[in-house]
Design a protein around this ligand. Structure first.
Ligand code: ATP
Ligand code: MG
Length: 567
C-alpha cells in the first residue's frame, strides 16, 4: 500500500498535487450535494402528505414566515420548485465535477506519455539496444493510458467514500440499530469480494500486460519481415501466432469484465434483501402499526439507493486499480531509470583524436575490444577492416560517443571524452550507418531529419550523394521513400543516408560500410566525391572492399578484439 502511493507519487509533479487538492475540495462539495439529494426529498414528501406540518414544525414555519406565504399550497409549490432547481443544479455540478476529474486524468495521460517518451529518448544507447521496441510502444500507448484509468479510479473512490460517509452519518442519526445491521452485511460482503474477485482481477491484469506484449511483438515482427513471410511456405504459422495472441488477450478481457460486474450484481441483491428485511422487521415489530414507520423506511430506501452504488463504485475502482497495477509498475520503472546526464561543454578538435588503452564489452567480463591504442590526426583518412563480427562497428560507436569505454579512454586534443562534453563531440560527427532506416516521408524530410529545413542545402548534399539526377526523374525533393525506404533501392537508401550525414557539414565523417550496397561504379563516384569533399575533414571508414579505402593513409585491421596497423 505504501509502495503503491510511493510509486504514484513519482508520477505526479508538484503542480499535479496542487490540482489534486482543488479536486478534493470539489469532491467534498459534491458529496454534500449528493447527501442533500437523497435527504431533501423526505421533508417535501412529509409536508405534502401532512400540510399541518407547516404550522407545527418550527423549520417550516420559519421559512413560511420569512417569505410571507399566504397559504400552505403556495408554500408547497414553492418548495417543489426549489427542489426542481436543486436537482437541476445537482446535475450541473456533477457534470462539472466529472469534467474536472476526466480532464485531470486525461491530461495525466498526455503528460505521462510525454515523460515516458522523453525518458526513452534520453536513454543511453547501450541501454536502448537491449530494449524491445514493442514493449516501449506498448508502454507509451497502453500502459500510460492504463495508469490514467488507475488515477481516475482512485479519485472516484475518494469521492464515493465521502458520499458514503455523509449518507452513513445520516443513517446513524436516523436509526443506529438498522444502520449496524446494514454495516455488518456490507462489510462481510466487501471482504468476500476483495478476497475472491479482486484477487483474480489483479492476476488477470498481470497476465494482460504479458499477453499484450506478445500481441505487439507478433504485429511488429511480421510487418517488419513481410518479405520473408511471403517467401515462407508455412505462412499460416504467423497467423496462428496472431490468432492465439489475440484470443488469449480477449479471454482475459472476458473474465475480467464479467468479474468486474459481479460486485454490482451482488450489492443490488443485497440492497433489495435489506429493504425487504427491513419491511418484514417493521411488520413483525409493530404489526398493524407498521405503515406509520413508512418515513423511516423511505429514508433507508432512498439512502440505500445512493449508498449501494457508492459501495459498488468503490469496489469497482478498487478492482480497476488491481487490474492496472502492473501498468503502474511498468510506467514507474520506466520513469525512474537513469537517463543520460550529458553536459554542454564544448570540445575543440584541432589536431588529434587519441584512443588510449581502450577496452569494451557489452557484457561485463567479455571484452569485444581489448586494449586499443590509436591516433587519428585531424584531416586523416583512416580505414578499419576485419572479419564480420570482429568489432569494427563497436569501435566506431565508441569513437562517435554512443558507448562509454569500460576502461581506457578517448581523448580529443588531450580532452577526455566524458558525459560533460560528449554532446558537443557527437555534434561534430556525420555518421553513415551500416543499415539505414528511412521513415515514411519525402526524400527532403529524410535528409533534414528533425533539423532546420534548407532547400538549397538539401539539393547540394543530394548532388554530392549522386542522387539528385535520379530524383529529377521522379518528384524531385518531394519523392516519397515509403516506410523504411521500401520504395527505393538499397543503394539509393544509402545515398540518402550519406546526404543526411553531410547536411550539417560535419568535421568528422564516419562511414560504417556505408557504400556496401552500391555497385562498383557508383561507389567509386561517391567515394571520390567524399574524398574530395573531405579534404579538410577527418574521414573514418569501415569497409570490406579494398577499392573503397585505397585512398586512406592509415588502415587498421580489427581481429579478435585487437587492433593491428596494416598501413
Ligand atoms: P560486421 O562486419 O558484420 O558489421 P563488426 O565488426 O561491425 O561486424 P560488431 O557489430 O562491432 O562487428 O560486433 C562485434 C561483436 O559484438 C559481435 O560478436 C556481436 O555479436 C557483438 N555485439 C554487437 N552488438 C551487441 C550488443 N548490443 N550486445 C551484445 N553483443 C553485441
Ligand atoms: Mg559492423
Amino acid at each position: 500500500m505504501k509502495l503503491f502511493f510511493k510509486k504514484l507519487n513519482v508520477l505526479l509533479t508538484r503542480r499535479d498535487r496542487q490540482v489534486l487538492i482543488y479536486l478534493l475540495f470539489f469532491s467534498i462539495f459534491i458529496s454534500i450535494i449528493e447527501t442533500l439529494g437523497v435527504s431533501v426529498i423526505m421533508p417535501f414528501l412529509a409536508v405534502v402528505s401532512d400540510s399541518s406540518l407547516v404550522e407545527n414544525n418550527k423549520y417550516y414555519k420559519y421559512v413560511y414566515d420569512f417569505f410571507e406565504f399566504k397559504n400552505n399550497s403556495d408554500f408547497i409549490i414553492f418548495f417543489g420548485f426549489t427542489l426542481i432547481l436543486f436537482y437541476i443544479l445537482r446535475s450541473v455540478f456533477n457534470m462539472l465535477y466529472i469534467y474536472a476529474l476526466v480532464t485531470f486524468a486525461q491530461t495525466r495521460y498526455h503528460l505521462l506519455a510525454f515523460r515516458l517518451f522523453e525518458n526513452y529518448m534520453g536513454m543511453p544507447y547501450k541501454k536502448f539496444v537491449n530494449k524491445n521496441s514493442s514493449m516501449l510502444t506498448k508502454s507509451l500507448i497502453n500502459e500510460a493510458a492504463n495508469v490514467t484509468s488507475l488515477f481516475q479510479s482512485l479519485l472516484q473512490i475518494f469521492t464515493e467514500l465521502l458520499v458514503m460517509i455523509f449518507i452513513y452519518s445520516m443513517f446513524l442519526y436516523v436509526n443506529y440499530e438498522i444502520t449496524m445491521v446494514i454495516t455488518i452485511v456490507i462489510i462481510i460482503n466487501t471482504i468476500i469480494i476483495v478476497k475472491t474477485v479482486s484477487k483474480t482481477i489483479k492476476k488477470k491484469g498481470i497476465k494482460r500486460s504479458g499477453l499484450q506484449a506478445n500481441y505487439y511483438e507478433v504485429i511488429n515482427s511480421s510487418l517488419a519481415n513481410f518479405k520473408m513471410i511471403k517467401l515462407q511456405i508455412q505462412d499460416n504459422i504467423i497467423l496462428e501466432k496472431f490468432h492465439k495472441a489475440t484470443k488469449d488477450y480477449a479471454q482475459v478481457g472476458i473474465i475480467t469484465a464479467t468479474l468486474k460486474s459481479a460486485p454490482k450484481m451482488i450489492f443490488e441483491a443485497i440492497s433489495f434483501s435489506l429493504v425487504i428485511s427491513l419491511v418484514i422487521y417493521l411488520v413483525y415489530k409493530y404489526e398493524d402499526d407498521a405503515s406509520s414507520h413508512i418515513g423511516l423506511l423511505s429514508i433507508f430506501v432512498l439512502g440505500l439507493y445512493r449508498f449501494m452504488p457508492s459501495v459498488n463504485k468503490i469496489l469497482d475502482g478498487y478492482n480497476n486499480i488491481m487490474y492496472q497495477y502492473k501498468a503502474l509498475d511498468i510506467v514507474h520503472n520506466d520513469l525512474i531509470y537513469d537517463i543520460e546526464d550529458i553536459g554542454n561543454k564544448k570540445v575543440n578538435f584541432e589536431s588529434l583524436i587519441k584512443i588510449k588503452n581502450l577496452s569494451f564489452g557489452y557484457i561485463e567480463g567479455q571484452n569485444i575490444l581489448q586494449d586499443i591504442n590509436l591516433e587519428i590526426n585531424k584531416g586523416d583518412k583512416v580505414a578499419f577492416i576485419g572479419e564480420s563480427g570482429s568489432g569494427k562497428s563497436t569501435l566506431i560507436d565508441l569513437l562517435i560517443g554512443l558507448y562509454k569505454p569500460c576502461s581506457g579512454g578517448i581523448f580529443v586534443d588531450d580532452n577526455l571524452l566524458c558525459d560533460s562534453n560528449i554532446k558537443s563531440w557527437r555534434n561534430k560527427v556525420g555518421y553513415i550507418p551500416q543499415s539505414v532506416y528511412l521513415f515514411d516521408g519525402t526524400v527532403a524530410e529524410n535528409v533534414v531529419f528533425n533539423r532546420k529545413y534548407d532547400e538549397q542545402k538539401i539539393t547540394e548534399v543530394l548532388k554530392k550523394a549522386k542522387l539528385y539526377d535520379f530524383l529529377q526523374e521522379k518528384e524531385g525533393l518531394l519523392t516519397v521513400v515509403g516506410e523504411g525506404g521500401i520504395l527505393l533501392s538499397g543503394g539509393q537508401k544509402q545515398r540518402i543516408a550519406i546526404a543526411r550525414a553531410l547536411y550539417d557539414n560535419p568535421d568528422i565523417l564516419v562511414l560504417d560500410e556505408a557504400t556496401s550496397a552500391l555497385d562498383d561504379e557508383t561507389e567509386k563516384e561517391i567515394m571520390s566525391e567524399i574524398y574530395e569533399m573531405s579534404e579538410n575533414k577527418t574521414l573514418i571508414i569501415v569497409a570490406h572492399r579494398l577499392s573503397t579505402i585505397e585512398r586512406c593513409e592509415k588502415i587498421f585491421r580489427v581481429e579478435k578484439g585487437i587492433l593491428k596497423c596494416e598501413k
